[in-house]
Design a protein around this ligand. Sequence first.
Ligand code: ZN
Length: 435
Amino acid sequence: LLGTNDRMADSELQWTLGSGWPRVGRSGTITTKDEPYGLPGEVVERYSRQMLMPNFGVQGQARLSASSVVVVGAGGLGCPAAMYLAGAGVGAIGIIDRGDVVDRSNLNRQIGHSDDRVGEDKAVSLVKTLRALNPAIDVRGNSIGLTPKTAIALVSDFDLVLDCTDNPMSRYLLNDACVVTGRTLVSGAAIGCEGQVTVYSRDEESPCYRCLFPEAPPPSCVGTCDAAGVFGPVPGVIGTLQAMETIKLLSRPEGSRALIRRMVLYDGADCSFRTVKLRSRSPSCIACGDGARIDVATFDYLAFLGCSISGSEKMSDRARLPVDPCHRLSPVDFRATLRSSTCPLLIDVRPRSQFLMCRLPDSRNVPLSELPGQLDDLRRSLVHPETPLMVVCRRGNDSQRALTLLLDAGFTNAWDLIGGLDGWRSECDPSFPLY
Ligand SMILES: [Zn+2]
């Protein structure tokens, strides 16, 4: 029974395409009708601090409350952006995520979630946070995610779109859907110490994302916070700027100027903000160029992106590594070999920062980039030429590169761990730290 209630509660937090929400079936906007003293008391209390600003005022609040936005991505950018928009009283907020669940490693930056929600659907978790922050607005989540088939319909149900995603597929898809539907796109990105934000408008000769980046980046150049790391406040800064741009675009305060045809670059390392001017719309752009009309539903995004869905190292490189499969061991076999060998040499080829966080006992850190220069040293470290040389990395990709190097260098008894330390965790020891 509890399970049924949980599902009912979850369905009340979600919306599905075709339900009409948020165009129909959403809560009323603010009104002075039947109110003796102007705005309802709760509206004055809740929004007075922004309505006090003369260029925003009651009119700005009324515009926000009548507006709908969709935040795509319930992560490091989406959390702060959506939380400020909820607090400001945007009338309807949709949260789209691709069904990811909250992971403890998200919480340094994804502040709309919490430790007691680890394992919970991210869109649902963020919706709960936004409703707690402001019960007077209408907030719903969608965990199906954007696809070429659904993007146009999803986007056109809202007045404005925030790109808070972290992968090229979503960026191009959202861009194209916004171009076709004429929606303004408030776009943010953050990784490591750096972030950027801009607004792609359909006015003022604004370029679209494709005008600036007509070619997809090679998969190897696409970083993710998962692989490269990120300081939490960096997406916090960028997501917050996205919220501010959205509030301006929706409420149109006098004297304000949206970040159109300009991009702000933030570098947390030296706390610098730079604003660069962007090129104008490209007449040859396949999305927004002269006479162009991209068919989002049939455009082959996978082919355009070089067949890398997420652009992450996880899946893209695996198929291309020409490594001898006979020298690869499952986690269980890897452990058995470690235990049965005399003084095996266990090499961990991850970057030092990762090795210092967690590692297998008695392993030695030789980052992949340093391996070619350490081959002689390794040879000397082997107690016997036939001593097994065991190689691990995070997920089993870099260890294959290392293995290839070692086999080529004549280490005939070299082995690597399939699935890396992630695989070790799932098959040998769930207490090995996950990151
Ligand atoms: Zn364009």
